[in-house]
Design a protein around this ligand. Structure first.
Ligand code: LLP
Length: 451
């Protein structure tokens, strides 16, 4: 199978974000795709499809590579946070936490999931550009760090600090324009997130008069699915500059958070830098900027999401109908689509696929893989190279861990898929498949409409 054989040997040294397939992926004796020692065709027979399959080795390896690279390249304290917006569920939060990562959460729902998964509140950072009063309240009560995004939040936090200790960081927009899809670019000045740089001195001034609000550091994030290393490097310098200015106001700034954003390989054309290279860039950027200014090294935080969970997951579908339009195109339809993977229709995201039940078969056909939803744009892969398919084949779309399950919907009243964690030939259910009962659970039928 070409995608498998393209891979260099030595799985523990591979950076997961540079791989199309999970690290444990291989062909078994039946010529089926095997992940975590589990036959994907058997997993679909057992758990149904569509099915998110999470490879524990790949997920843990990504966490460990972030940790090891910080140890190697950053001489000061550090904390890697998993951006749980990429996929928040109990098992994934618990697993990354076991690896020593903290969590970035952006809603009350993600916060509750993190807490219930046993994540230490001291390692939880709460982001968002419009946290509600109950969310801010919950964050203060549970003792997590609030990343304050705007004036309105700052006011609420100051009021909250009259009753309980509040630990915050301040987020600002660094003014860096990164090359990625416009919807996932956040570093440029025209962004809804964070304080404008022009406003930052005023924020420092206000915080200096409010010692009850413990402002421990600064945060900025460039955007997502970024391959270039100059952006994280520039960001490191900007953060240190502003840390120096904040300290001049007397703020106890000891933490800098460079955000996330490292891209992953979705198609063979993608060539992102490794986790180690990204960490080395930000670590050296911050360390040398501090050295130049003779500042103590801050605790360095980062918050990767996509590069942690993205490459660890594949989505297995069952092939159903197909439509051949002579001279135009062949559509092959699967039993999911934009409801379990809204990224192609939202960001024109590209993916690659393999047939799990005939892994070695030559990819002699060029087809369009369509979803089952009533929407023409519900296309998972515009141009897929596959062996000839028949109904019942198990088609696997690669690198689907980040922002797929987390942005999944019930469009067309389609139940959301199950997810399994695979490791050492064992598969554990981590998200139960939705049922029709689940779909109806929130509906209320006024009695005058009852049948
Ligand atoms: N930190 C902050 C403040 C963020 O806004 C994000 C992503 C991250 C960290 C994690 O970035 P990552 O390492 O995953 O690139 N739904 C879009 C992606 C939206 C990203 C939102 N923020 C997609 O499917 O591509």
């Amino acid at each position: 199978m070409t995608l498998l054989t393209q891979r260099p040997a030595g799985q523990d040294t591979l950076s997961p974000n540079q791989q199309l397939l999970p690290l444990t992926a291989q062909a078994n004796a039946l010529d089926h795709l095997e992940i975590g020692g589990c036959d994907v065709v058997e997993l679909v027979a057992r758990f149904g499809s569509p099915l998110y399959i999470v490879d524990e080795v790949t997920l843990r390896t990504a966490c460990q590579q972030y940790q090891a690279a910080f140890e190697q390249y950053y001489p000061g304290p550090f904390q890697v946070l998993y951006a749980s917006k990429a996929w928040s569920c109990l098992a994934i939060c618990a697993l990354v936490s076991q690896e020593g990562l903290g969590l970035d959460v952006v809603s009350g729902g993600e916060l509750v999931t993190a807490l219930q998964a046993g994540v230490d509140p001291a390692r939880i950072y709460f982001h968002g550009n419009n946290k509600s009063a109950p969310e801010i309240d919950l964050a203060i009560r549970t003792g997590v760090t609030l990343v304050v995004d705007n004036d309105w939040e700052l006011e609420q936090v100051c009021r909250g600090a009259e009753h309980a200790p509040v630990r915050i960081m301040v987020r600002f927009t660094p003014g860096l324009d990164c090359h990625t899809h416009a919807y996932i670019r956040t570093g440029q000045r025209d962004s809804k997130f964070g304080f404008d740089l022009d406003a930052l001195a005023g924020v420092f001034q206000r915080l200096a008069q409010r010692p009850a609000v413990q402002c421990v550091g600064l945060h900025a994030h460039n955007g997502s699915q970024i391959f270039a290393l100059e952006h994280p490097q520039d960001l490191a310098g900007i953060l240190v500059d502003w840390m120096a200015k904040g300290m001049a106001y007397g703020l106890p700034l000891t933490e800098l958070n460079v955000g996330g954003g490292l891209g992953i390989r979705y198609t063979t054309a993608d060539d992102p830098p490794s986790i180690a290279a990204w960490v080395q860039t930000v670590a050296k950027g911050v360390a040398s900027a501090c050295q130049q200014r003779q500042l103590p090294l801050p605790k360095l935080l980062c918050e990767p999401g996509r590069s942690i969970i993205g490459p660890a997951v594949v989505t297995a579908y069952t092939v159903g109908s197909s439509k051949v339009i002579p001279g135009v195109r062949t559509y092959v339809a699967v039993d999911g689509g934009m409801s379990d993977n809204p990224r192609p229709i939202t960001y024109q995201a590209e993916y690659e696929a393999v047939l799990a039940n005939r892994l070695g078969a030559a990819a002699t056909e060029t087809v369009t893989v369509a979803g089952k939803h009533c929407e023409s744009g519900d296309i998972l892969i515009q141009t897929a190279h596959l062996p000839p398919t028949v109904p019942g084949d198990v088609l696997v779309v690669l690198a689907t861990g980040a922002y797929n399950a987390s942005m999944a919907s019930n469009y067309n009243r389609v139940p959301r898929p199950a997810a399994v964690l695979v490791h050492a030939s064992e598969a554990s259910l981590i998200v139960r498949r939705e049922t029709y009962t689940d779909l109806l659970r929130q509906d209320c039928l006024p009695s005058r409409l009852a049948p």
